[in-house]
Design a binder for this molecule. Structure first.
Ligand code: NA7
Length: 557
């Protein structure tokens, strides 16, 4: 069965093995939707396959109570259409999951993208057919698509991770993962709930359910530096101002290093007196979301002593909020500085631990031994629960890509090629896998995701257009360019002290995963620089080839 060949986007191939569709996008998250739009606007026939039952990706699966942005809503949404920006009025500075899911559905319908999408269609395999320079993509139900280009917009935080704690299958109650929260409402009223994990998801969930549940026990392995999100509704005046400032906002978001509107600070921490620094930190504490990172002292991430002053301020805040001193001490990170792990932003998280029905278990002091039929056993004994929530994160960066069954030239499997960690060029392609792109995948920049993922989608689209318009059937990175880019990523990760060494940034949360930096510390500026060079040099660093018969016209540029 080849649905693509009979669908509205099918094109008449001149050879029997010609592709059914020019561009096949995998994933209907914020990156995949934009990629679908850009590819179609560029004149390609398009098809999108989505494993889930609806649009949204992250914002489809992560529908746990409390799930919301910690980038400002209007900086996270799309910027490619002024009418879209004008007509969608985000209700809050940091939108909750339902609003974001509604927004993404609105975008899909507004730009008539849904007819190119197929849902409940998890990809089982994708193999490159060299003579035809086309990909054969199969869905788990056996249906098959032939595509010239495959763009895996499968996200970096899309495969939930559950630790292999013994006894999980024996638990008689309900088990949930924040990254696979059911669409139908989960009634937690009066129930005894355990939450395992205190990353961004866990610390959003905990205060959102504390009032409703009978008891809430939070299992924390690593305390995080949580700071207030400081969310609030967007006023009518602010709505008007956002629209008036659209061009300036777009310019800043499209060019800034991290894709935020926050202004960088021009001083180091020790340029201020102790009193000035304390007053500045109070302002930071009251500031919205990521500005605690992006607008903090310029040396925060580079000078350990500077970082310590901020951590001391935060520790004092935690002690002032949490009434039980023992609990407060457990909640204060002792093993990493601010920014080494991805900082969560919270609403009432620390306050939650003052409620009589909420308790904290430090699993470094009393490790989890097993899940039992009735609950969770630590070295301190067993607690009984009705519900266990795994807020234990994701197989970050490479998890989804390595589960697509991707095989490139010569049948080379992507998981074999990346056995020691990802190798990429620009974080969008890997050598030996022609016409296969993964914007928003490993080695992408770090910051406000849709912004740098969007940069990559723009580049991928331009590369596909370049290949098409110059009569090439295949495009892939030169292995030397890939080696250089990958070495640059690894070098920068090792050099930047503030990145620490153990976090999902390095894949260390998943046992057995190679310890490799999965973001790109050089960030957007380096990506912009490289893209400009590549475009100016007619796609130097890429190998472009023609079919049929894979003519020896290999333009190694
Ligand atoms: P994270 O940030 O990876 O957090 C996962 C949490 O689960 C973290 O606190 C982990 O502790 C904890 N964890 C994992 N395994 C265990 C075991 N075996 N025992 C106890 N605790 C465990 O995932 P999130 O979903 O919260 O956030 C992911 C991203 O989504 C976030 O960065 C935002 O971009 C949005 P650890 O720190 O490893 O000791």
């Amino acid at each position: 069965m080849r649905p693509g060949s009979s669908g509205p986007d099918a094109r008449d191939g001149t050879r029997p093995d010609a592709p059914d569709v020019d561009v096949l996008v995998v994933g209907a998250g914020i990156t995949g939707i934009y990629q679908l739009y850009r590819a179609r606007e560029a004149g390609f026939s398009v098809q999108l396959l989505e494993a889930g039952g609806g649009v949204g990706g992250t914002w489809f699966w992560n529908r746990y109570p409390g799930a919301r942005f910690d980038s400002e809503s209007y900086t996270y949404g799309y910027l490619f259409s002024r009418p879209l920006f004008d007509e969608w009025e985000w209700q809050e500075h940091f939108a909750a999951q339902p609003e974001t899911e509604r927004y993404l559905n609105h975008v899909v319908d507004r730009f008539d993208l849904r007819r190119h999408m197929r849902f409940d269609a998890p990809v089982a395999s994708a193999g490159f057919d060299e003579p035809a320079a086309a990909w054969t993509v199969t869905v788990t139900d056996g249906s098959m698509y032939r595509a010239r280009f495959v763009v895996a917009a499968t996200g970096v935080l899309s495969v939930p991770f559950v630790p292999d704690i013994p006894g999980r299958d024996e638990f008689r109650g309900e088990q949930l993962h924040t990254g696979r929260w059911p669409a139908e409402p989960v009634d937690l009223t009066g129930r005894r709930v355990a939450v395992i994990g205190t990353g961004s998801s866990g610390v959003q969930l905990v205060p959102a359910i504390a009032d409703e549940v009978g008891s809430l026990t939070v299992y924390q392995r690593t305390a995080n530096w949580c700071t207030p999100l400081n969310n609030r509704p967007i006023t009518a005046d602010e709505q008007a101002q956002l629209r008036a400032d659209f061009e300036a906002i777009r310019e800043t978001l499209n060019t800034s290093a991290h894709g935020f509107l926050h202004e960088a600070h021009d001083r180091g921490a020790f340029a201020d007196s102790d009193e000035e620094r304390h007053a500045f930190y109070e302002r930071m504490w009251a500031s919205p979301g990521f500005s605690k990172l992006t607008s903090n002292y310029a040396d925060l991430l580079f000078d350990e002593a500077a970082n310590d002053t901020w951590c001391e301020f935060l520790a004092a805040k935690i002690r002032s909020i949490v009434r039980d001193p023992g609990t407060a001490e457990k909640l204060i990170p002792k093993d990493h500085r601010f920014g080494e792990h991805r900082p969560p932003f919270v609403t009432g998280y620390y306050e939650t631990f003052n409620a009589p029905n909420v308790s904290l278990v430090d699993t470094r002091q009393t490790p989890i031994v097993r899940v039992t039929r009735r609950g969770i056993e630590t070295t301190d004994g067993e607690r009984e629960f009705d519900v266990i929530v795994w807020a234990t994160g994701f197989d970050f960066g490479t998890g989804a890509l390595l589960r697509l069954g991707v095989r490139g030239r010569g049948g080379l499997a992507l998981d074999e090629y990346w056995a020691d960690g990802p190798k990429t060029f620009l974080g969008v392609q890997t050598a030996g896998f022609p016409n296969f792109f993964f914007p928003g995948g490993p080695h992408a920049a770090a910051g406000n995701n849709p912004r740098y993922n969007g940069d990559q989608v723009d580049f991928v689209t331009d590369a596909m257009v370049y290949a098409r318009d110059h009569g090439f059937d295949a495009i892939e990175p030169d292995p030397a360019a890939e080696d250089a880019w990958t070495a640059m990523v690894d070098r920068n990760a090792a050099r930047k002290p503030s990145f620490g060494t153990s976090s999902y940034y390095f894949g260390t949360n998943v046992p057995g995963k190679p310890r490799k930096y999965l973001l790109n510390a050089a960030g957007r500026p380096k990506l912009f620089e490289m893209i400009a060079e590549i475009v100016a040099s007619d796609y130097q660093s890429f190998i472009l080839t023609r079919t049929p018969d894979v003519e020896s016209e290999t333009a190694s540029r």
